[in-house]
Design a protein around this ligand. Structure first.
Ligand SMILES: Cc1cc2nc3c(=O)[nH]c(=O)nc-3n(C[C@H](O)[C@H](O)[C@H](O)COP(=O)(O)OP(=O)(O)OC[C@H]3O[C@@H](n4cnc5c(N)ncnc54)[C@H](O)[C@@H]3O)c2cc1C
Length: 551
């Protein structure tokens, strides 16, 4: 290892055990990041040493990269009860995942016994180092002789104020994640109450996307769902009004060929049972509390959300100020602040950082963003007393959700290109048809039994992934002329302007992850996802694709 480290550009220094050296290293710092690679995780011991140390840094970030046993593969943020600590796990092939990490490390611990170390990987470790970082193994300590440009510096302590446009689940989650990091957040919305857009639905289901090739959308939505469940559980433990019901989600097949496909995909993906299991019809029906057509997926840890309640709770935090009746006509940056202006050009509010969480209207305020396609949807309500509601959410082609506040929700239709707010009889019929397919033993329900409807517009990008992160700056045409071979992380950005929009039909899943990505970027923390997935969500990706196609 000594020779490899030297070849990779590290200088060997006096050997000091990691845990013993950390207090000297983090004393008086703002943020301190430890990356541990291979072996059993020491992060709990590191975090305890940090907590016990009165001279500790203000915040501690840990990233634990290891092969894992049956754990969920990929990079995942593990929310902590102490908001000053972030912990990110990266599970899988260590040599493949190391280049997927985005972070600036102050200390790296590596298990020298791990097979596969070579000069290339150790150089990659050096590239992840901040100036002054040290690398530790059980019997040596080394310092990189050079370091790459660090990640974006944390936003200055004195300017931690963000203005969020949009008080749906997207805006509320960004506010929630920033408030957890000690930011002041002002949330503006055109409406007179929060969650009056697509997030006004009474109840929505949280479940991931699956595909044969486990594509980027599947991987990202799975990571998003797992993180959302963590945050919703935290909120549920804090308040009886979180709106979160972790009742489980059943996804039955509706014909034999589909059932075989779901079974085969479950075997192929080898995901932990906490994320998904294939259950035969009787077992799945027992979990759902309803007679289902066939076997299928069972997501035990997820469930349904009353989105309005959840948004209200997130906005009720002391660090969050909610400002209704504030339609933003345009935005501009003046004297280091982003201003939101009304139709008369009067400022509604301003802050050093602005987050566009106003769904389909975000590209109007920042034309650098790709336009988003409206997709109208209608949900149908039935009186709970008149329906044999399932105890878990039953999803597939549409969904039937457990009874909530006296109603059973059946949804939802999907009409690309339409924003018509008026409910239609035809859409109720479509939803009731879904109910008949998902719960074939249920007595027939007619449109005459419909008690209420919800109509909303989701907004989706043309690659079905949301736009999450810093808004690109496309004003420098000379830079753009050379941009074809550049990485997305090299793209110029409009300082302090972020986007969290385009959540399509999966707003509940994306919400917490998007908030965490933006907050992590602003605070100079490790990214909560692997680089390939961060790029797949990056609002600059459309510009990069256009440049590469020579458009
Ligand atoms: C019928 C239906 C069923 C659905 N079911 C599910 C489900 O089961 N599971 C799931 O995950 N997702 C579901 N979705 C999708 C989910 O509702 C959306 O993805 C999510 O609500 C989008 O959240 P948002 O905050 O981005 O947008 P919105 O909730 O629409 O919020 C945007 C906010 O921005 C405000 N705004 C816009 N422009 C301006 C401006 N210029 N100035 C000030 N404010 C502005 C609006 O007033 C609005 O409050 C469903 C959607 C529909 C329509």
């Amino acid at each position: 290892m000594n020779a490899l480290l030297t070849q990779a550009g590290f200088a060997l220094c006096d050997t000091v055990p990691l845990l013993q050296d950390l207090p000297r290293r983090w004393a008086g710092q703002g943020d301190f990041t430890v990356l541990e690679i291979g072996g059993a995780s020491q992060f709990e011991a590191i975090a305890q040493t940090w907590r016990d140390d009165p001279q500790r840094s203000q915040r501690l970030h840990g990233v634990s990269l290891h092969a894992g046993g049956g754990g969920l593969k990929g990079v995942h943020r593990q929310l902590q009860s102490d908001p000053r600590i972030t912990h990110t796990t990266a599970v899988g092939d260590v040599t493949a995942l190391l280049p997927q990490l985005r972070l600036g490390a102050d200390a790296i611990w590596l298990d020298a016994a791990l097979s596969g170390w070579d000069v290339r990987l150790l150089r990659h470790c050096a590239r992840l180092c901040r100036p002054g970082a040290q690398l530790y193994t059980h019997d040596l300590t080394a310092q990189p002789r050079w370091h790459a440009a660090p990640l974006a510096a944390p936003w200055p302590e004195t300017q931690k104020h963000a203005l969020v446009i949009g008080a749906g689940i997207a805006g509320a989650s960004v506010a929630d994640r920033l408030a957890a990091r000690g930011w002041q957040v002002t949330v503006l919305d055109a409406a007179d109450a929060p969650a009056r857009g697509a997030s006004g639905l009474w109840l929505g289901a949280l479940h991931p996307h699956f595909s044969q090739d486990d594509c980027l959308l599947s991987r990202a939505s799975r990571a998003a769902m797992v993180l959302a469940v963590q945050r919703f559980n935290q909120l549920r433990a804090q308040s009886p009004h979180s709106g979160w019901n972790p009742c489980g989600v059943a996804h039955p097949a509706t014909h034999a060929e589909e059932e075989a496909g779901l079974r085969q995909l479950c075997e192929q993906l080898q995901l932990p049972e906490t994320v998904v299991r294939f259950l035969e019809r009787d077992a799945l029906s027992a979990q759902a509390g309803a007679e289902l057509p066939l076997g299928g997926y069972w997501h035990a840890q997820t469930g349904v959300v009353d989105v309005r309640q959840l948004v209200d709770l997130m906005l009720a935090q002391p660090a969050v100020r909610w400002q209704p009746r504030s339609r933003v006509h345009r935005i501009e940056r003046t004297s280091g602040h982003w201003q939101a202006l009304d139709a008369q050009g009067q400022p509604l509010a301003q802050a050093p950082v602005m987050v566009l969480a106003n769904a389909g209207d975000a590209p109007r305020l920042a034309p650098q963003l790709a336009s988003l396609l409206p997709v109208r949807g209608q949900m149908t309500a039935l009186a709970a007393a008149a329906v044999q509601a399932p105890q878990a959410a039953v999803v597939g082609h549409g969904y039937v959700l457990p009874a909530h506040l006296g109603r059973v929700s059946v949804g939802a239709t999907y009409a690309p290109g339409s924003t018509d707010p008026a409910p239609t009889q035809a859409d109720h019929e479509t939803n009731l048809q879904s109910l008949a397919v998902l719960l074939p033993q249920h007595p027939a329900v007619g449109v005459g039994q419909v008690t209420d409807s919800f109509v909303g517009t989701r907004y989706a990008s043309n690659d079905h992934m949301p736009l999450v992160g810093p808004v690109p700056d496309v004003s420098d045409t000379r830079w753009l002329a050379t941009a074809a071979g550049k990485r997305l992380t090299d793209w110029p950005r409009l300082e302090g302007l972020y986007c969290a929009a385009g959540y399509g039909s999966r707003g509940l899943s994306w919400s917490v992850l998007a908030g965490e990505i933006i907050a992590s970027h602003l605070c100079g923390e490790p990214a909560p996802l692997e680089a390939a997935l961060m790029d797949a969500l990056d609002p600059a990706r459309f510009g990069q694709r256009a440049v590469r196609k020579g458009l």
